[in-house]
Write a protein that binds this ligand. Structure first.
Ligand code: HEM
Length: 266
């Protein structure tokens, strides 16, 4: 039978044999399989998040906000599933982890190109992370392009300007490769949206969808720090950072800063 004549089966459509051949623990220790599976499922969910964010951005750039909301809601739900996964990993004790930690060498979630791409797509831009991907041209090129293009937050700010809210030219034409600096003018524009939700319903809904994303990312980060402390205490990370103290600092990151600060003024 030619390939074209073969029936499509569950296994062939989903490439199940290839997929289930990709879990390759190095140590022979029982718990390493869980560690591999959790990281691989995370990368699959990150792939889906990127897929949704790219479509949401296209809709927002075209001024078509409602279809973007569906994508952003889906992202929040995926984030929530990812946060729940920490409960599975926390069944792994320090002794279980130490039994195979040596096999990881210097590898770390810190080097996940998809995680950084999501940070860049949202608006958390830091070119310092590019250097970890020099040996992987396709990953580097996707990351570079997310760094070079306006983020989801840049798109949202442009949407504010498009309905006539006052956004300074310097912000609309900013160098989007640089970290975003919070601005009083952008906060004022969001204040107008929240102060007259009937007039600005779509932007108001967009704002809350964005807060959902930032909130869920912080919740995921928080559960990560707790799980890490539970498993390795204050030891250094395999990726070379001080570990828990580094991760705690990431809890200060906000992709959409004025959407948080404006709340004080409402
Ligand atoms: C035994 C379990 C784990 C430990 C002890 C651990 C520890 C760490 C540490 C110490 C860091 C800081 C970088 C470094 O020095 O390595 C880090 C970063 C990171 N880890 Fe984990 N991790 C664990 C599991 C996971 C899992 C299961 C995921 C994903 C599902 C994950 C995703 C990440 C990501 C994305 C970063 C980068 C965070 C950032 O820079 O904002 N980690 N991890």
């Amino acid at each position: 039978m030619t390939d074209a004549a073969k029936p499509i089966t569950y296994a062939s459509y989903l490439a199940i044999d290839e997929l289930l051949n990709l879990q390759r623990p190095l140590s022979g220790e029982h718990d390493e399989m869980l560690f591999v599976v959790i990281h691989q499922t995370k990368e699959l969910w990150l792939k889906q998040i990127i897929h949704e964010l790219l479509l949401a951005k296209r809709h927002i750039q075209a001024g078509d906000l409602p279809p973007a909301f569906k994508c952003l809601s889906r992202v929040s739900r995926i984030q929530s599933v990812m946060t729940h996964q920490w409960d599975i990993l926390s069944t792994m004790t320090p002794a279980d982890y130490l039994a195979f930690r040596g096999s990881l060498g210097t590898s770390s979630g810190f080097q996940s190109n998809q995680f950084r791409r999501i940070e860049y797509l949202l608006g958390l831009k830091d070119p310092a992370f590019l250097k970890f991907h020099k040996e992987r041209p396709a990953a580097l090129s996707d990351l570079q392009s997310a760094l070079d293009q306006p983020s989801l937050y840049d798109d949202a700010i442009k949407a504010l300007a498009d309905v006539g809210l006052n956004i300074p030219e310097a912000i609309l034409n900013r160098d989007v490769t640089q970290p975003y600096e919070p601005s009083r003018a952008v906060e004022d524009a969001w204040l107008e949206v929240y102060s007259d939700t009937t007039a600005y319903w779509a932007l108001y809904e967009l704002a809350e969808k964005l807060v959902d994303l930032d909130d869920a990312l912080l919740t995921w980060r928080h559960k990560h720090v707790i799980t890490v402390e539970r498993i390795i205490g204050q030891k250094m990370g395999t990726g070379g950072t001080p570990g828990v103290s580094y991760l705690q600092k990431t809890l200060e990151r906000r992709a959409f800063p004025e959407l948080w600060s404006v709340r004080t003024r409402l």
